[in-house]
Ligand binder design. Sequence first.
Ligand code: SF4
Length: 359
Amino acid sequence: MKKPLIIPFFIPHAGCPFTCVYCNQWKISGKEDEIKPEEIEQYVETYLQKARSWPDRYVEIAFYGGSFTALPLEKQVRFLQAAAAQKEKGWIKGIRLSTRPDYINEDILENLLFYGVTTVELGVQSLVDEVLTKSRRGHCVHDTARATRLLRKYPLQVGYQLMLGLPGDSLASAHLTAQRTVEAKPDFVRIYPTLVLKGTTLAKWYEEDKYTPWSLDMAIQMAVSWLGVFSFYQIPVIRLGLQAVENLAVEKDLVAGPYHPAFGELVESRLLLEQIQVGIGKLQVQAGEVLTIFFQPRLYSQVVGQKKRNLLFLQEKYQFKEINLKPQEDLAEPDLEIATARQRVQIKRQDFLQRYRII
Ligand code: SF4
């Protein structure tokens, strides 16, 4: 199935009353950058003209920027009316938006449904109260649980946006967040490492030695674990790290933190390396043997790893004479086959993911 085509609208949250320590949205004062509801039709038309094969795809309008349902109701309605008009014309099929867990109630949801909203993404960030408090999110784990229960009463897809490495976060609390996410069963998650950006409270704390960002390696290690856990429980991870267009803005304002422009690729590639090693373990390979890895062609860059990292790691650890890569169309995407001259084993992704069972 083709990936949905999402037409994003960033609604700067001018005058947001909250003070999340990592947020630099104060820089976006609102007015001049903000898309106006009456501009949406033209924007969608232009976007679809540029996008190839959109009639074959599930097209959605997305309102991003934090807290859509915390906007004044009249403003929400104007945006929603503009989006609903595109849906009536048949140009789009879905409307998604992101918001805070403490800005969900029955009246808000009735209004979203009336205008045809299909997906709500909750800025959950962490499911540990200490982390939320230290990050000054202004809501607690209970708010997320309540919002999720309420959303489940409506025909809406529910996504969780999660962050790694917020103040007070640790490997243990991140594990707890993963476990509670699995219990909550969202329809999908997005995962972002915490970065220190110019002008934020976090940047001030960083300068004062009150906050130490996670290293890139620690963030990757935990993100691999989350990807493994959520994949095992069949909760799709639809984003790992920032999008290319967000990267540009962040690079400009980055002070510190586990930033990498291809964060998601690094994480997926490392999980695949684990899967390969499980196969190698079953073969009981000896130094000097030739190893062959069979995989779906689309996984090529993940198998090789950034700067051939996976191949170099395998070579050094197992002392192979040679590693052969064999892309094979008929393999299901995450399944692998590993072979030496003596044996060949199949490592199915779901079997491999058993190690990430947590409840
Ligand atoms: S991250 Fe926090 S401070 Fe920033 S816009 Fe969202 S709710 Fe407001």
